[in-house]
Design a protein around this ligand. Structure first.
Ligand SMILES: [Zn+2]
Ligand SMILES: [Zn+2]
Length: 340
């Protein structure tokens, strides 16, 4: 079969490899659609990632497919079933899992290899995070279950409610999905992004207002001043993944407000935070990583309900051989990948 294989930094090759055979508990899917992801672009730049085996590594982690082979011991799965998979599954037994924090699982199993004609699904994911494709949902939309599950998990960490003002920094795929979820909750969301087309798209996803990305102290002060009668918004969600944006998020939130640092920054980076708002103004800062099995199910429910214009996040279809160039261009926008 044809598959993209990561050999190192900026070295992603289309190769002929054997079709995987399922071991105990495993399933093989014929991939109908995979999606590119900003994380793929990051993995390609770095040449490795905690969610990948050492190179040469199968590549791609967002996929919908049809079950083509079933390993021994798999129950309730049949050849020909149309399914969608999340890109990981927690163990359910380690201390964080037992404490109800499966996104922090110490023995998480990741899926990789979606950019291929056939995809081996690990036993744990078959058991916990492989779900039937909902009737009438296109495979490329269903494959968005992983990014949307991350957003679902992220907004669980935001306490802002109906009528509260939330500023979302970053109008990429993640900032836009978070905007949709918070708007559905009744929050008044302002999205900040430098690109006009992303700001326009955010309005379709429920943003109440849009502003340019604040990149200097005056612009940061202006975003704060535009909310909460000058005191700042109730909550700020950072969905950029740069230390400067983390610092801006803290500077924008109102006294007593909350900040979600959602965008993962480059390894080894640090931020400098003012102590005054953290102590004297009781500012709360939370992180959010990855997703949970509950969030995966909630995300698939949203995609099936079509409660936001999700397809507007998906660009034109590409073939396997076009994927390395798309990832190098690095816009972070999602492109459906077909395998034929
Ligand atoms: Zn992804
Ligand atoms: Zn665990």
């Amino acid at each position: 079969m044809r598959a993209l294989v990561l050999h190192g930094p900026d070295d992603l090759r289309l190769e002929d490899v054997p079709v995987p055979r399922p071991g105990p508990g495993e399933v093989v899917l014929r991939v109908t659609r995979a999606l590119t992801c900003a994380t793929d672009a990051k993995m390609l730049r770095q040449g490795q990632h905690p969610a990948l085996p050492p190179p040469p590594a199968p590549f791609g982690h967002e996929a919908a497919g049809v079950v083509s082979a079933i390993g021994p011991g798999v129950a309730d799965v049949h050849e020909g079933d149309a399914v969608v998979v999340a890109n990981s599954a927690p163990c359910g037994a380690c201390p964080p899992c037992v404490a109800g924090r499966p996104s922090l699982c110490e023995a998480i199993v990741y899926l990789t290899g979606a950019f291929a004609e056939y995809l081996l699904v690990p036993a744990r994911i078959v058991e916990r995070n492989m779900l039937p494709l909902p009737a009438g949902v296109a495979p490329e939309r269903a494959a968005m279950v992983e990014p949307l599950a991350c957003a679902v998990r992220g907004v669980e960490r935001v306490t802002a409610g109906p009528g509260d003002e939330v500023v979302v920094l970053g109008g990429g795929v993640q900032g836009t999905l978070i905007t949709a979820l918070l708007a559905a909750r009744g929050c008044l969301v302002t999205i900040c992004d430098p690109h006009e087309e992303r700001r326009a798209r955010a309005v379709r996803f429920g943003a109440a207002r849009v502003m340019d990305a604040p990149r200097d102290p005056d612009a940061i002060a202006a975003v704060r001043a535009a909310h909460g009668a000058g005191r700042g918004p109730d909550a700020v969600v950072e969905a950029v993944g740069r230390p400067g944006a983390w610092e801006a998020a803290v500077a924008i939130a109102r006294p007593g407000g909350e900040v979600l640092v959602y965008g993962g920054c480059a390894p080894g980076t640090t931020v400098t935070l003012p102590t005054f708002p953290l102590h004297y103004q009781e500012l709360t800062i939370r992180g959010s990583y990855h997703h949970t099995p509950e969030a995966v199910r909630a995300a698939l429910g949203h995609l099936a309900a079509g409660d936001a214009p999700y397809d507007a996040l998906i660009g034109d279809e590409v073939t396997l051989d076009e994927v390395p160039g798309i990832l190098r261009a690095g816009s972070g926008e999602k492109r459906p990948v077909r395998m034929d």
